[in-house]
Design a protein around this ligand. Structure first.
Ligand SMILES: Nc1ncnc2c1ncn2[C@@H]1O[C@H](COP(=O)(O)OP(=O)(O)OP(=O)(O)O)[C@@H](O)[C@H]1O
Ligand SMILES: [Mg+2]
Length: 367
């Protein structure tokens, strides 16, 4: 079922937790709200659920309006027919797994085929043979699976999840992520998922909504957000890599990011829109697009290694670009040490230049 948010906004006293925003989530889509703590993710999710009321705007589920400030319409959370999963599993300790899952169905009067529905939900999260256990007899991951079973038991077409995996350890989180992903697709639910873990969001989602201070900064596929972040905030929050400032110049048909009189990095014109020449720009270079070598090559630019971290399969290296005070971040197969003199090149001339107003358009001074 589609979810449409129109001009939704919310303040708590003087704090504007959500600036007016519009978003359409397509039926069957998995969308993640991603952003730093306090940016408004939970508030937006609670507004969709009806647990919080927006100050203005409208919400539609399919053709049905579930909230409209102007029309004074507000469908209660129970009647919105959604499933919800939270960070704390919030199971009833005195009830068995079966009763925990059945509770929501009973509470909303859905008593027909109750046993079958609960059994099916439990089997969907692979807990079919744990129905008679109590929460304290389950591991953290199993408890969270009960919470998921409870959310899907009444066959909702929309599921809302607020950091459901953040209380689990890393290995379990990966397993649960895969289970959740396949369950959402199998049951053909529209999913809104809140997280501040960029890897989780990128791995699970059809689209990301990157939020900051109550605003949606960018809404697009994980690939697009990663490769073409619209502004510095998004570039810093999604993916690794370094931001670098320079002047955009054209020389013999090649675009360059000129750092100073001596240093210029060539790049293809892969950004959106027109960028005036001789203007100051901010670019992001992802580490996988940088090659490091100890020996000078024709296109290599001199640099000095600053920090090195060993990560098992590779080293993560920061290095200062020769003759400048700017640093970049890259991967290396071979061991390097701080102080080493190296050369780098950007492969495929892959530099993403950000032109959006959020990058500080005021810095784009045309010479
Ligand atoms: N009921 C409330 N009363 C007052 N302020 C609130 C209330 N709920 C949220 N806020 C404030 O609104 C802002 C957004 O909060 P929200 O919980 O949506 O953030 P979040 O993105 O989910 O953060 P986190 O990642 O830490 O969970 C925060 O500044 C928060 O303090
Ligand atoms: Mg939150």
């Amino acid at each position: 079922m589609d979810i449409t948010l129109q001009d939704i906004e919310k303040s708590f006293g003087k704090l504007q937790a959500l600036k007016p925003l519009n978003l359409t989530i397509k039926s069957g889509e998995f969308v993640s709200l991603l952003g730093p703590s306090g940016c408004g993710k939970t508030t937006l999710l609670r507004i969709i659920a009806g647990l919080e009321n927006a100050d203005d705007g409208e919400i539609q589920f399919g053709d049905k309006t579930v909230y409209s400030k102007k029309r004074r319409l507000n469908v209660s959370p129970q009647k919105r027919h959604i499933g919800m999963v939270f960070q704390d599993f919030a199971l009833w300790p005195h009830m068995t797994v079966f009763e925990n899952v059945a509770y929501g169905l009973r509470a909303t009067g859905q008593k027909a085929h109750l046993k079958e529905k609960v059994k099916e939900a439990l089997s969907n999260v692979q807990l079919g043979d744990h129905a008679e256990r109590y929460p304290h007899q389950l591991s953290g991951g199993q408890q969270q699976r009960v919470a998921i079973a409870r959310a899907i038991a009444n066959d909702p077409s929309i599921i809302l999840m607020d950091e459901p995996l953040s209380a689990l350890d890393a290995t379990l989180r990966d397993e649960m992520r895969i289970l959740l992903q396949s369950l959402v697709k199998k049951l053909n639910m529209t999913a809104v998922y809140v997280t501040h873990d960029q890897n989780e969001a990128m791995a699970m989602s059809d689209r990301l909504v990157v939020m900051n201070q109550g605003e949606m900064m960018q809404v697009n596929t994980p690939e697009e957000v990663y490769q073409r972040p619209e502004n510095e905030t998004v570039a810093k929050f999604v993916g690794k890599g370094a931001l670098i400032n320079g002047t955009h110049v054209l020389y013999e048909d090649v675009h360059y990011l000129k750092l100073n009189q001596n240093t210029a990095i060539p790049f293809s014109k892969n950004f959106m829109g027109e960028l005036p020449y001789n203007s100051r720009v901010t670019a992001v270079i992802r580490p996988e697009h940088i090659n490091l070598s100890r020996t000078a090559r024709e296109t290599g630019i001199e640099a000095e290694v600053e920090t090195v971290s060993f990560l098992g399969e590779r080293y993560e290296v920061t290095f200062r670009i020769g003759g400048s005070d700017q640093s970049l971040f890259a991967y290396s197969k071979s061991k390097l040490s701080p102080g080493d003199h190296i050369f780098f090149e950007v492969t495929g001339n892959y530099i993403h230049v950000m032109t959006n107003a959020h990058t500080g358009g005021e810095r784009h001074e045309t010479a």
